[in-house]
Design a protein around this ligand. Structure first.
Ligand code: ADP
Ligand code: ASP
Ligand code: MG
Length: 816
């Protein structure tokens, strides 16, 4: 004997019922089948709705009832042959009339007793089983309809079904004895009756349990649960789109997963089959060939430590606290008794070792009821202030990691907390089941999706890590970056198991957001028809999406954008930027950004602030972090000035060369920042600060090499005009150096607490003399590199190299 259970979606439509029939036919030759069916998908919810409305005296219940009637009648008409239709239709109509009568009674009395409610809800399965029975018979399947309501004896016990197993089994076995010759015994799921024979149910989702009870009573060879997913998955597919099917689970693991919200199995289902070691198969009615999940008792120690994640979305935490608690006898007992009497189900418990407080997690919808019950129980202690009023926190969720091997493995919880912490998820409470099959944490509901996804990536190793980018600035650097991401995407996905997606893109006017990732082949077009860009809009969308591994990239040179970093880092979103403004601002601001990043587990990376993509800051960080000390820095830090002085030979005008540098993307958007020396001063300042030396930009000595007054120009255009008019000045400057065989280099320097920058004439024996094109050179003298300095040299400007430096910072975060 095999038991097959078909859930609501499997029996929802005439098409799905054809699939059900095929599955039954395929198995029928190998022996007798017990088939359990749910109500047509969605029907139980509608019955709940009807009865609530009727109780509230809302006549609208009739509308819902009418929908239910139509649904069942048209199912008969669409599914059944003409011959089978008329007897079935009349039986269905009789049942619907009964339902109408009960609902009418509820409406008139405005009272919905437990018995009335169970009677109403039971109509779903009674109707569906009747129609399916008629259908299977009309398809020449020898099928007997069983009144499982009369066979299964159960009462509601504090919100849970309490089945009288000996009595129920006796009845099922007796019934079976008499019907051994039928090919299929068809049972409506969910329904039962109490000791007096009055209707009860097995609780929402209870058809799974019906099937398990039958499997247990008849000692079935297997229990197949046919549903609408390919099996039990590593997480609820609603939250984690890349959840995978778990091929095998132990009974205890399945129980733990279902207790913590994996709706695919109704929690009480496991117990009755576990006793006899009857395997459960979870299968997809709509994908019959899919492997499914097998739940059984054998154990192999090579299995994965963590089998799955489950979650309960709506949770409340109740905390009872007070100095007087220690002395109060049977304190916890009274708390739990109060909750249990109020029919409040406790999902998890945590108690501080001090015993001064105890926290329980419950379903949010029970919060009010629980609060009243507890305050009532402890009213005397509240009066004497031995305890404080119950603290109720709402809008929480619980996430549980489940796996039987967890107990042999150290570090699982550490990894869980670290993963959540890195993503700025604050853990409200932690509980580990005494079985050590799960660790569960309570978090804010708004963090649920993010938490499940980061944990999923962290614990299912073959999983790809998703990194979500939010980019402001799509000029030279920004568009090169997008280009590189587009080209590298597939390689990173395959080789590094990193899935980089650009979620938001903005320029000063438009903003484009796509939670699933913007199509990087078409971004210009899509951005041009994007929404209006404002910083508030960008930030609020980025924060409310609350995606894991989020990185904000600022490709602008704007102060207003740099001013957003604190807010962004405080939301645990990392910042990567070539924009030097933030790090070159006041020293306090620079330190504050670093400490906010640390506090919220975000990274603040700005490798491209100095020498574009050259690994200058990361090298410097490594020296400092390994205990070295910087003694002296000498550097040519302006790729643009180097380009300009390398190309200016007194022949073509100086202004023209500056213009070319700007066009090729070697200067800041405003070239005055380069030519005034400010850009170089900011860079040397950042190197000094990264060397753990406190300094502000005003302390850096730097004389401008430009002719007087030219920097006072109002606009970039006026500035160009001003330097055009001063060509003779630049020629003189060049000739003076050239006549002595020297070259002009804009050099920055730090030594003994002092920094400066300025134009220098360097002779051929100087290492800076041969610096080509737009290259940079940085020479570090440190305690370790005292005589032979550490030199970094290479392309120090340009959109491509800057973009690749930003990319490198993104990868540093992705790999962490
Ligand atoms: P049925 O009506 O067949 O009993 P249910 O709706 O009760 O089906 O259960 C199946 C649903 O459970 C799936 O459609 C899925 O949305 C949900 N679910 C929640 N957690 C999980 C999980 N870990 N694995 C698979 N499905 C899950
Ligand atoms: N129809 C019932 C429900 O929706 C039982 C079940 O489908 O398992 O809760
Ligand atoms: Mg179900």
């Amino acid at each position: 004997m095999k038991v097959l259970k078909f859930g609501g979606t499997s029996v929802a439509t005439p098409e799905s019922l054809q699939l059900v029939k095929e599955i039954i036919k395929q198995r029928i030759d190998n022996g007798q089948l017990a088939v359990v069916v749910s109500a047509l998908g969605g029907v139980t919810n509608q019955l709940v709705e009807c009865s609530e409305k009727a109780r509230a005296g809302d006549l609208d219940y009739e509308k819902t009832l009418k929908e239910l009637e139509d649904r069942h009648l048209s199912m008969c008409k669409e599914l059944l042959t003409l011959q089978a239709q008329s007897p079935t239709l009349s039986q269905v109509k009789i049942m619907l009339n009964d339902l109408e009568d009960v609902l009418r009674g509820v409406f008139l009395l405005k009272e919905l007793s437990k018995r009335a409610s169970d009677t109403i809800l039971g109509f779903g399965e009674r109707l569906s089983s009747l129609i399916i029975w008629s259908f299977l018979n009309s398809e020449s399947i020898d099928c007997e309809l069983v009144d499982s309501g009369q066979l299964i004896q159960s009462e509601d016990h504090l919100g849970h079904p309490a089945v009288d197993f000996p009595e129920t089994s006796k009845r099922i076995v007796r019934y079976h004895e008499k019907n051994r010759d039928r090919a299929v015994l068809l049972f409506p799921g969910f329904i039962s009756s109490d000791a007096e024979g009055k209707p009860t149910t097995l609780g929402r989702g209870g058809s799974d349990y019906t099937a398990a009870i039958i499997a247990n009573s008849l000692n079935a060879e297997s229990l197949e649960i046919w549903t609408d997913v390919n099996g039990v998955m590593t997480a609820h597919p609603k939250w984690v789109s890349r959840a995978k099917v778990i091929s095998e689970l132990l009974y205890e693991e399945a129980m733990e997963l279902s207790h913590f919200g994996a709706k695919v199995i109704y929690p009480p289902t496991i117990q009755p089959v576990l006793k006899q070691d009857i395997p459960i198969y979870i299968k997809n009615t709509f994908r019959r060939d899919a492997e499914g999940t097998k739940i059984h008792s054998s154990f192999s120690s090579t299995e994965k430590v963590i089998k799955g994640l489950s979650s309960i979305e709506h949770m409340a935490l109740l905390t009872l606290k007070g100095s007087g608690m220690v002395g109060i006898p049977s304190f916890s007992y009274r708390l739990f008794k109060a909750l249990s009497n109020a029919r409040v189900n406790v999902i998890l418990i945590t108690q501080a070792s001090s015993e001064h407080s105890i926290t329980v997690g419950i379903d949010q919808k029970d919060a009010e009821k629980a609060k009243n019950a507890v305050n009532n129980e402890f009213q005397n202690e509240l009066k004497t202030q031995a305890i404080e009023a119950l603290k109720v926190e709402l809008d929480l969720s619980v996430v549980a990691l489940v796996g039987a091997n967890m107990k042999e493995q150290v570090g699982v919880s550490g990894r869980m907390f670290e993963t959540l912490g890195e993503n700025g998820v604050n853990i409200k409470a932690i509980a580990q089941g005494s079985s050590e099959l799960n660790i569960s944490v309570v978090i804010k509901r708004s963090d649920l999706k993010k938490s499940l996804n980061v944990l999923h990536e962290s614990f299912f190793l073959s999983e790809r890590k998703r990194v979500n980018l939010f980019i402001i600035g799509v000029g030279n650097v920004g568009s090169s970056l997008i280009d590189q991401i587009e080209k590298q995407g597939e390689y990173l996905y395959e080789e590094h198991r990193i899935d980089i997606r650009v979620i938001a893109l903005a320029n000063s006017k438009k903003l484009l957001v796509n939670e699933e990732g913007i199509n990087l082949k078409e971004w210009q077009k899509e951005l041009s028809s994007g929404e209006k860009m404002t910083a508030e809009n960008f930030l609020s969308q980025m924060k409310s999406l609350n995606l894991r591994n989020s990185i904000f990239i600022d490709n602008t040179a704007e102060k207003t954008v740099a001013e957003l970093y604190k807010d962004i880092l405080s939301s645990s979103i990392s910042v990567v930027t070539p924009n030097k403004i933030a790090c070159a601002d006041s020293y306090e601001n620079y330190l504050e950004l670093k400490s906010i990043a640390k506090k919220y587990g975000a990274r603040f990376l700005f490798e491209t602030n100095v020498a574009a993509g050259l690994p200058v800051i990361s090298t410097l960080n490594e020296l400092i972090n390994s205990g070295d000390r910087i003694l002296k820095i000498q550097a040519v830090l302006s790729g643009s000035l180097n380009f300009i002085f390398n190309n200016y030979r007194g022949e073509r005008p100086f202004a023209k060369i500056v213009r070319r540098a700007k066009e090729e993307g070697y200067t800041e958007p405003d070239p005055r920042i380069d030519l005034s020396g400010v850009d170089v001063q900011r860079k040397i300042l950042i190197l000094i600060r990264e060397s753990k030396i406190r300094m502000n930009i005003q302390e850096i000595k730097g004389a401008s090499f430009l002719p007087e007054g030219s920097l006072e120009a109002e606009s970039v255009d006026d500035f160009f005009k001003a330097i055009e008019a001063q060509e003779a000045f630049f020629q003189k400057m060049f000739n003076e150096a050239n006549s002595q065989g020297k070259k002009l280099k804009y050099v920055a320097q730090y030594e003994n607490g002092k920094a400066s920058s300025g134009l220098k004439e360097v002779s051929e024996d100087h290492p800076f003399y041969h610096l080509e094109g737009k290259d940079n050179i940085i020479v570090f003298y440190t305690e370790r590199y005292k005589d032979q300095p550490l030199i970094i040299k290479g392309a120090g400007a340009g959109a491509e190299v800057t973009a690749s430096g930003i990319f490198a910072d993104v990868m540093r975060i992705a790999h962490q």
